[in-house]
Structure formats: structure tokens, C-alpha cells
Write a protein that binds this ligand. Structure first.
Ligand code: AMP
Ligand code: ZN
Length: 470
């Protein structure tokens, strides 16, 4: 399995620290509002990578934090006249509901910064003791010049950063160097705070993740992931903190997803092209959003538009239709042993799984993996005949479903258009009964009604089958 590592800027063979185990940390959202469509990308991508690793036999410990102390949270609480806890509780719940909707497996641990204060203070103390941090007027700063490897992830040079930051008007006089960053800051009036040896205050953002990764996964982890905007400064600073405090390499593989743009522009509230995930799922089901995200390579930027979403919906429906037809066949056919020809066909179909794995082994190319599923679906559609055995249908079904499941694609037709599946089936039963009673007028009426609902029916030897109009 090859993974593109931002740290080395190369695709590298994945070798875990401990055999068959993966320790993975994914930076989670700051919980001051509903997650937006961009945030959905790291959710889906890193969940898919986790699923693939589990499929390959690794035991994955997956940690995704919630940043629940931050200026934006405080602002939102003040705007609403409530405490920050009310805001964070609300949006953690909503983020978890969105993750569930996207079929993202719950993390092994979902730590929150505010629950880790003792450990955060502990790590800051260690950094001060080791000469990597200093206190000034109740604030603690990381001394970037004390860490010679600073810049190794982002490729930035400390001298350039210092020169660039010196010109800024908001330069903080308490810092020894303009590239230094805050580990602890004193509270301002009305802000939540914690006691510390330096001041009543709160931690900086970067230190939270260093501490939570150490706490739940250890000093050295296999994979650290997040959106590409986090490479600098967030992940660069996490490396500086963790490696200076623990004297060990922090993460072996750094993975970053590209951004989602909207109508080819960066999403922003001021441009009016900002969408929460809830805005989107009011119109298209969650599983289409997931399928859409998996349609592009995770490192490339992807564009979000109504047309592309519609195309993703159609693609997903093609897979679901095929699965529904195979299930219909299984329910209405017999034959527990495949014919010789069917056995040969199933043997041949192994190439779809091989192609799927080859795509995923090449830095998680989900787009090509989906192409392999489409090939499998086409193969099933053209080889499953009315007189095929039940066993053949079952083998096709389990082959396709296995691959869909690795990508977290739900195939059970429960969402969207098929919410009214029960109604359709009861109408079909009513029509069958009418035909039996030779009431063809009524049977035709029901057929017309179904057509109005976008459902076409076909009477076969095994009964009536239905599908949505293509
Ligand atoms: P935030 O709450 O802004 O810290 O973001 C949470 C996660 O979503 C981080 O991993 C970000 O890198 C990622 N992210 C934010 N905006 C986008 C976007 N437009 N496209 C893809 N990922 C994003
Ligand atoms: Zn982080």
C-alpha cells in the first residue's frame, strides 16, 4: 500500500510502527457552528482510508478531536447570550449526527480539548523545562528558533517566516521572535479560563492536538491527517511541540486532503457561496454527498456544483439499481449450485476486486476504485439472466457489496427516492391481485399511477419487477 506523505513529498510504502496496527489522528472541527460541505471531505476521506486499512487486516485506532475552546466559540456564545458549553455541546452533537449521516464510523476516541487541560499544562511545562518555550506576562510562547527542524513539513524557512512576520502591524511585543506561537494565553474579561502556573487562561490551538495525539495514541503515531490548509502553521507547530517535548518523531505519514471549492471558487461567507452540509442534504441524500466526495482523488481540489452532485446521484443509483435487481433475482430463483459457466464467470469477476485494490493501494485512488465497481455492475447486469441460478446471483451480490462496503457506500436503497419502496411494492401486490381477478382496468390504472411516480414495471416469469425510469 503506497501513501503520499506530505513530509517527504513522495509516495511511500506504508509500514506501520507495530505490525497489523495503525494509530491514526485526524484533526477535527472547531465546534461553533454546523459543519460545512468542505469539512465533510476529511470526514469521508479519512474514514474511507480507515475502512480500507481495516479491510486489509489492520487494527486501526482512530482519534478525531473536537476543538471546543476557541475565539469563534466564545463569540458565538456571547452573540447568543449563553455559555460556551451550550454552543459546544450543541455543535458536537450536530457534527456527530452529520458524520453518522455520511456513514462515517465513530472514531475510537473523540477527545475534547477542554477535557485535557491537565495534560496540556503538563506538556507546556515540559517544553519550558527543555528550553523550547518561555513565559512572558502570563502568556507562554513556543521558541521556534529552539527547534532546528522547524519548517520541515511545509517546506518553509524560519528566516523567511521571521522576515515576513516582522512587518506585520499586529506584531506581539512579548514574543522573542515573530515566528513564535502561543501555547497559553491569559483570559480576557468574560472568557472561559483554567488555572495554570502562568495565568488564568486557555491553551493555544496547536498544543491541543499534540497533547491529544500523545494521550490517546502515544509519542509516535502512524498517520496524522487533515485538510491541506492545516499543513502550515497547525501541523508544522504540532511537530515542533511534540518532537521537542517527547524527543521522538511525531507522525510517520502526513496525509492532507485538497479543498472543496464551490462553482470553482473558494467557499466563503462573504461571497455567498458558503454551504453547510445541512443546506446540501436538504436537497440530496447524505449518501450521494459521500459518493460525490469519493469521486475525486483526495489530494486534488474538487468542485462542488448542482450538476456534479446530480451526476453523482445518478452514478450511485446505477449501482443501487443493479443491486436491487440482483436481490430480486435471488428472491425469485432457485439453484444452490452454480453452473460450470457461472463458476467461470465468478472466477473471472475477481479482476474487479484486483483492480479495486490496485487503485486503493495507489494512494487511495477512490475514483478508480469506483470505476472498478461500475465495471463489476456492468458485468453483473449483462451476465445475470432470468434462468441464472440463485447461487450465481448471491455470488455477484456479495462481490459488489463487499467493495461498496469498503468505501462506506450504502447499497440498501433506504434513502432518497426509495423511501417509498414499501408503497411501490404494495401497489404492485394490489395490481397482481387485480390481474388474478381479471380486473385488467384496475391493473392498468395502478400501472399508470406507478409510471406517474417514475416507476416502470415489467412482468416476468418470476413475478413483477420494478425500477425507476432511467
Ligand atoms: P476547521 O473546522 O475549519 O478547522 O476544519 C475542519 C477540517 O475541515 C480540517 O481538516 C480542514 O482542513 C477541513 N476543511 C476546511 N475547509 C475545507 C474545504 N473547503 N475543503 C476541504 N476541507 C476543508
Ligand atoms: Zn489538529
Amino acid at each position: 500500500m503506497k501513501i503520499y506523505n506530505t513530509l517527504t513529498r513522495k509516495k511511500e510504502e506504508f509500514i506501520p510502527i507495530e505490525e497489523n496496527k495503525v494509530k491514526m489522528y485526524v484533526c477535527g472541527p472547531t465546534v461553533y457552528g454546523l459543519i460545512h460541505i468542505g469539512n465533510a471531505r476529511p470526514y469521508v476521506i479519512f474514514d474511507t482510508i480507515r475502512r480500507y486499512m481495516e479491510y486489509k487486516g489492520y487494527e486501526v485506532t482512530y482519534v478525531q478531536n473536537f476543538t471546543d475552546v476557541d475565539d469563534k466559540i466564545i463569540k458565538r456564545a456571547n452573540d447568543e447570550g449563553v455559555t460556551t458549553d451550550v454552543i459546544t455541546e450543541r455543535y458536537i452533537k450536530e457534527a456527530l449526527a452529520d458524520a453518522e449521516g455520511l456513514n462515517v464510523k465513530p472514531a475510537t476516541f473523540h477527545p475534547r480539548a477542554t477535557c485535557e487541560m491537565d495534560h496540556i499544562i503538563e506538556m507546556i511545562k515540559t517544553l519550558i523545562e527543555k528550553g523550547h518555550a518561555y513565559e512572558k506576562n502570563g502568556s507562554v510562547y513556543y521558541d521556534t528558533r529552539s527547534f532546528p527542524e522547524y519548517g520541515k513539513l511545509s517546506g518553509k524557512k524560519l528566516d523567511d517566516l521571521i522576515a515576513g512576520a516582522s512587518n506585520r502591524v499586529d506584531f506581539d511585543e512579548d514574543k522573542k521572535s515573530p515566528a513564535d506561537f502561543v501555547l497559553w494565553k491569559p483570559k480576557k474579561e468574560g472568557e472561559p479560563y483554567w488555572d495554570s502556573p502562568w495565568s488564568q487562561g486557555r491553551p493555544g490551538w496547536h498544543i491541543e492536538c499534540s497533547v491529544m495525539a500523545k494521550q490517546y495514541l502515544g509519542d509516535t503515531i502512524d498517520i496524522h491527517a487533515g485538510g491541506e490548509d492545516l499543513i502550515f502553521p497547525h501541523h508544522e507547530n504540532e511537530i515542533a511541540q511534540s518532537e521537542a517535548a517527547n524527543d521522538k518523531p511525531f507522525a510517520r505519514y502526513w496525509l492532507h486532503n485538497g479543498f472543496i471549492n464551490v462553482d470553482n471558487e473558494k467557499m466563503s461567507k462573504s461571497k455567498g457561496n458558503f454551504f453547510t452540509l445541512r443546506d446540501i442534504v436538504a436537497e440530496v441524500p447524505y449518501d450521494v454527498v459521500r459518493f460525490f466526495i469519493l469521486g475525486g482523488h483526495y489530494r486534488s481540489p474538487i468542485n462542488f456544483s448542482r450538476e456534479l452532485m446530480e451526476a453523482a446521484g445518478n452514478g450511485l443509483q446505477r449501482i443501487k439499481n443493479s443491486i436491487r435487481d440482483i436481490k430480486f433475482h435471488i428472491e425469485n430463483s432457485s439453484g444452490d449450485n452454480m453452473t460450470e459457466n457461472e463458476t467461470a464467470l465468478i472466477k473471472d469477476s475477481a479482476r474487479f476486486k484486483t483492480a479495486f485494490e490496485a487503485a486503493m493501494d495507489d494512494d487511495f485512488n477512490t475514483a478508480d476504485a469506483i470505476a472498478a465497481i461500475f465495471d463489476f455492475v456492468r458485468f453483473a447486469n449483462s451476465n445475470l439472466k432470468p434462468d441464472s441460478t440463485k447461487a450465481f446471483g448471491e455470488a455477484l451480490l456479495s462481490g459488489i457489496e463487499e467493495l461498496c462496503d469498503i468505501l462506506g457506500i450504502k447499497t440498501d436503497n433506504e434513502s432518497g427516492e426509495d423511501a417509498d419502496k414499501d408503497k411501490i411494492e404494495s401497489m404492485i401486490a394490489e395490481r397482481t391481485a387485480a390481474k388474478k381477478m381479471r380486473d385488467f382496468g384496475k391493473a392498468d390504472e395502478i400501472r399508470a399511477k406507478l409510471l406517474e411516480m417514475g416507476v416502470v414495471i415489467e412482468d416476468t416469469r418470476q413475478g413483477t419487477r420494478w425500477s425507476y425510469k432511467k
